[in-house]
Design a protein around this ligand. Structure first.
Ligand code: BEZ
Length: 193
C-alpha cells in the first residue's frame, strides 16, 4: 500500500538553530515581516486553533497580563491563529474585556492571520485531531522562541485541547537568556533567583 504523508510530514519542521523564516504576514498590527517586527529583540510566536475559543482566550489574556514581564526580558510576543485580521481585531477587544483591562486599551502584541494555513502548514503546527466545522485542520498550540540572531532557540508543541503555562514560558526564556551568555546549564525546576 502506498504511504500517504500526513499534513505534518509534508511540512518543513523547524529544528533548533534553524533561522526562523522571514514571513511577510497580515496581523492586527498591519502587514509586517517577522524579522523586521522582532528587530534585535527575542521573540515568541505562539499559535492558536481559532479565534473566540475559550482556552485560547484565557491564554491570550494571560499573555497580555504578563506582557510587562516579556518586555522586561526584551521579548516580543506574536500570536497566530487561522482566522482573518478582522476577526482577530474583534477577538482582541474581547480578550481585553475578558481581562478587565482599562477601557480603550489594546492587546499589547499582534495576532497574525493565517486564513490559508500557509504558516501553520509550513511550520508543522497542525493538529491532525482537531478540525473546524468545514473539516479544515486547526493549528495546535505551538511555542517558538526566537533569539536576536533569528535562530530557533526552543519549540514546544501542545495539542489544541491543552492550554499552555505562560509562567513556564518565562522560566525557559530566563534559562535561554542566561545560557546564551554563560557556559552554564540550568537544573530541574530552576527559576531565576
Ligand atoms: C479552545 O481554545 O477552547 C479549544 C480550541 C480547539 C480545541 C479545543 C479547545
Amino acid at each position: 500500500m502506498q504511504h500517504r504523508p500526513r499534513e505534518t510530514e509534508r511540512s518543513c519542521r523547524m529544528l533548533l538553530g534553524d533561522v526562523f523564516p522571514n514571513f511577510e504576514v497580515d496581523s492586527t498590527f498591519g502587514r509586517m515581516k517577522v524579522h523586521d517586527f522582532l528587530g534585535d529583540s527575542w521573540g515568541v510566536l505562539f499559535s492558536h486553533p481559532g479565534d473566540f475559543t475559550p482556552v485560547c482566550t484565557t491564554e491570550l489574556g494571560r499573555a497580555a497580563q504578563l506582557s510587562p514581564e516579556f518586555i522586561r526580558r526584551d521579548v516580543k510576543l506574536m500570536a497566530l491563529s487561522v482566522d482573518g485580521v478582522e476577526e482577530h481585531q474583534r477577538w482582541s477587544q474581547d480578550i481585553v474585556a475578558y481581562n478587565n483591562t482599562e477601557a480603550g486599551s489594546q492587546l499589547p502584541f499582534p495576532i497574525i492571520a493565517d486564513v490559508r494555513r500557509e504558516l501553520v502548514q509550513s511550520l508543522g503546527m497542525l493538529d491532525p485531531d482537531e478540525k473546524d466545522p468545514g473539516g479544515m485542520p486547526l493549528s495546535a498550540r505551538c511555542v517558538f522562541v526566537i533569539g536576536p540572531d533569528k535562530k530557533l532557540k526552543l519549540s514546544i508543541l501542545y495539542p489544541a485541547s491543552t492550554g499552555r503555562n505562560f509562567d513556564e514560558i518565562l522560566r525557559v526564556i530566563d534559562s535561554l537568556q542566561l545560557t546564551a551568555h554563560n557556559r552554564v546549564a540550568t537544573p530541574v525546576d530552576w527559576r531565576h533567583p
